[in-house]
Design a protein around this ligand. Structure first.
Ligand code: FSO
Ligand code: SF4
Length: 548
C-alpha cells in the first residue's frame, strides 16, 4: 500500500505498512484499483457526453467510487470488492454508451487503453495485487513525484467534491454538468503525459467547479431544511434513551428523527452533525435534544461513554472499540467490518432496538448551551450593523478559523489562536476543527457574537458568500477586506475547499498543522509566490504578522 491522502499520514510522507487511520493494506490497494477502474469508466463517459449521451447510473457510480475512498469512510474489504466488480459492469455500460453515440453520430470510436481496458481481476487477492501497481507510489516512479503529487492534488480535490455531490444527491439535488466535470477530470487524470503548468491549471479548474458543487449542496440543505438560524444548542445529556448521529448527512438524521418520533428516544448530534441543530426543518423535532461530545477524533472515548446507539452517516469513523461495536451502525457509503450496516432502504429499526436496549441517560446532565446557526443568511441579515462597527473602528478584523480536525497534538494551535484573537475581532468558524474552542465564552461586540459558527465544512461556501458581500459593501475584493483565513486540513474535502479558495484568488491564507505530503516543495513554492499561501507558524508570530 501507499497512501498519503490525509494530514495524519505516517511520518508526514505516506502510510506504507498500515494506515494511521486504521486502513489495512488490503483495503488501501482495493481503493486504488477502484479509482483506477473508475477512471476507465470516465474515459468512456466523458467521450459519450461530448456526443450528447449520458447515463445517470454511470455518473453516480464514479461519484460514489470517489467518495467511498475518502479518509475514514470505508474500511470494509468485502464492500470494496463488490464495488470493484460493479466498476467492471459500469465500465461496460459506459463503453456501450460511447460506441452507440459514435454510431449515431457517424464517428469511429477511439481505441482507448489503460484504465479503459484493464481487466477486472476475478479474485480479491488478484485485485489487491493489481491495486498495488496503480497506487501513487507506482505513479511517482513513472511521472516523478512532483507531477504525481499534482495529479493527486486534482484527484483528492475530486474526492472531496464527490462527497458533497453525494450529499446533495441524497436530497434530490443533482446537476448534470457537475457529473460532466467529474468525468472530464477523471479522463484527464487517466492520461499519460502531464506538465506542471497543465496540472496546476486543472487544479484551479477543479476549484472553480467545486464552488458550483458547494453551491448545489447549500441549495439542497437550505432548500429542504430552510436556512440555519441562530440557535442555542444544548451540549449535555437529557434523561432518557438516546441515539447519537455522526457524519455529515442531513437526510439520514431526518429519516431517523421521523422513525423515532413518539418512541421516547432522544436524538443527539455528534461532530459535523452539530450544525443540523440550527436548520428549521430539523430543529422542529422536539426529540432532537442537542449535541453530545465533540469532533470525530474523540469518538472512541465519547462513543464508549454514550449510553445509547450510534449512527455513522459518512466519515469520519474510527475503529470501534469492542465495548460499543454492537451498538454502532453505519449507513450510506461508510462501513466498518463487524458494524451493522443499514442499507439503502434506510430502515433504522436495528438502531432503535439497540437504543432501547441500552441504558440511556438516567438523569439530566447539567445544562450547557452553545451558539450555532450563523450561516450566510443570518450573518448577512446583520451585515449593515457589521459594516457600521467596522467603520466606527469597533470591529477591527475578521478571522476565519476553520477546517477539519485531527488527533495530533500540534492542532492546539487553532484553540490558542482563537483564544488569542483580540476582543475587537470576530471569529467565523466552520467544520469540525471548531470543537477545540466552540464551548469557550467569546462574548460579543455591540450584540454581534464574537464567535460565529457557519456550520459544516461545506459551509465554506457560506463563508465565501459572506466575504464577497462584505467586499461588495466596502467596494473592495476579498483580499482588500480586514479578513484572514487560518485553515486546518485533515482530509480530502478540505483539499477541494482550498482549491476553490485559490481559484477565487484568496491570498495570504495560512494552512496547517502541516502541509499536505502530496504537495511537493516546488509546487508549494508556486502557490506561495502566486497566493502567498503560508504554513502556520506560531500563534504569536502569525497574529503579529496579520494585525501588525
Ligand atoms: Fe471533519 Fe471528518 Fe467535515 Fe472532514 S468530520 S474531517 S474535512 O470528514 O468533512 O470537517
Ligand atoms: Fe494513512 Fe491517511 Fe491514507 Fe489512512 S487515509 S492510510 S492515515 S494517509
Amino acid at each position: 500500500m501507499f497512501c498519503y491522502q490525509c494530514e495524519q499520514t505516517a511520518k508526514g510522507t505516506g502510510c506504507t505498512a498500515f494506515g494511521v487511520c486504521g486502513k489495512s493494506p488490503e483495503v488501501a490497494d482495493l481503493q486504488d484499483l477502484l479509482i483506477y477502474l473508475a477512471k476507465g469508466v470516465s474515459m468512456y463517459a466523458h467521450r459519450a457526453r461530448q456526443l450528447g449521451a449520458v447515463d445517470r447510473n454511470v455518473d453516480v457510480f464514479v461519484v460514489e467510487a470517489l467518495f467511498t475512498t475518502i479518509t475514514n469512510v470505508n474500511f470494509d474489504e468485502a464492500r470494496m470488492e463488490a464495488m470493484i466488480r460493479k466498476a467492471g459492469e459500469v465500465r461496460e455500460a459506459a463503453k456501450k454508451l460511447y460506441e452507440d453515440a459514435c454510431r449515431k453520430a457517424g464517428k469511429t470510436p477511439e481505441t482507448l487503453g489503460g484504465p479503459a481496458v484493464f481487466p477486472v481481476p476475478s479474485s480479491r487477492s488478484e485485485m489487491i495485487n493489481a491495486g498495488e501497481k496503480v497506487n501513487p507510489e507506482a505513479g511517482s516512479e513513472v511521472h516523478g513525484e512532483v507531477v504525481q503529487g499534482l495529479r493527486d492534488l486534482v484527484l483528492l480535490g475530486l474526492k472531496g467534491s464527490a462527497a458533497y455531490m453525494d450529499h446533495a444527491k441524497v436530497l434530490g439535488y443533482e446537476k448534470d454538468e457537475l457529473y460532466g466535470f467529474i468525468h472530464e477530470k477523471m479522463d484527464f487524470l487517466a492520461g499519460e503525459s502531464f506538465t506542471v503548468d497543465g496540472l496546476v491549471g486543472q487544479a484551479m479548474d477543479a476549484g472553480k467547479w467545486n464552488i458550483s458543487v458547494m453551491e448545489l449542496l447549500d441549495a439542497a440543505n437550505t432548500g429542504v431544511y430552510g436556512h440555519p438560524e441562530p440557535t442555542k444548542a444544548r451540549v449535555t445529556g437529557v434523561k432518557g434513551k438516546a441515539i447519537l448521529v455522526s457524519g455529515h448527512d442531513l437526510k439520514d438524521l431526518d429519516l431517523l428523527l421521523q422513525q423515532t418520533e413518539g418512541k421516547g428516544i432522544n436524538i443527539y448530534t455528534h461532530g459535523e452533525m452539530l450544525p443540523c441543530l440550527a436548520y428549521p426543518g430539523l430543529k422542529k423535532y422536539k426529540h432532537l435534544v442537542g449535541n453530545y461530545g465533540s469532533a470525530w477524533q474523540n469518538q472512541r472515548e465519547e462513543f464508549e461513554k454514550f449510553p445509547g446507539a450510534i449512527l455513522m452517516t459518512t466519515n469520519c469513523i474510527q475503529k470501534p472499540k469492542d465495548s460499543y461495536l454492537a451498538r454502532i451502525f453505519t449507513t450510506g457509503l461508510v462501513a466498518w467490518p463487524g458494524a451493522t450496516h443499514i442499507g439503502d432502504g434506510k430502515d433504522f429499526s436495528p438502531v432503535i432496538e439497540a437504543a432501547l436496549a441500552a441504558p440511556g441517560f438516567d438523569e439530566d446532565e447539567e445544562p450547557h448551551f452553545i451558539n450555532v446557526g450563523f450561516a450566510r443568511n443570518t450573518v448577512m441579515s446583520v451585515a449593515g450593523k457589521v459594516i457600521d462597527l467596522v467603520k466606527a473602528g469597533k470591529l477591527r478584523h475578521f478571522f476565519l478559523i476553520g477546517g477539519c480536525d485531527g488527533a495530533k497534538p500540534g492542532r492546539s494551535y487553532y484553540t490558542d489562536f482563537a483564544t488569542s484573537v483580540p476582543d475587537d475581532c470576530v471569529i467565523l468558524t466552520l467544520a469540525c476543527g471548531k470543537y477545540r474552542f466552540n464551548k469557550l465564552e467569546f462574548g460579543d461586540i455591540d450584540g454581534i457574537p464574537r464567535l460565529l459558527d457557519a456550520g459544516q465544512c461545506n459551509d465554506a461556501y457560506s463563508a465565501v458568500r459572506i466575504a464577497l458581500a462584505l467586499a461588495d459593501a466596502f467596494k473592495t475584493d476579498i483580499n482588500g477586506l480586514p479578513l484572514s483565513l487560518i485553515l486546518s486540513w485533515y482530509e480530502q474535502k478540505a483539499v477541494c475547499i482550498l482549491l476553490s479558495l485559490l481559484y477565487l484568488g484568496v491570498k495570504n491564507m495560512r494552512i496547517g498543522p502541516t502541509l499536505p505530503a502530496f504537495v511537493k516543495e516546488p509546487v508549494f513554492k508556486v502557490l506561495q509566490e502566486k497566493f502567498n499561501l503560508q504554513p502556520v507558524t506560531t500563534v504569536e508570530q502569525d497574529l503579529k504578522a496579520i494585525l501588525g
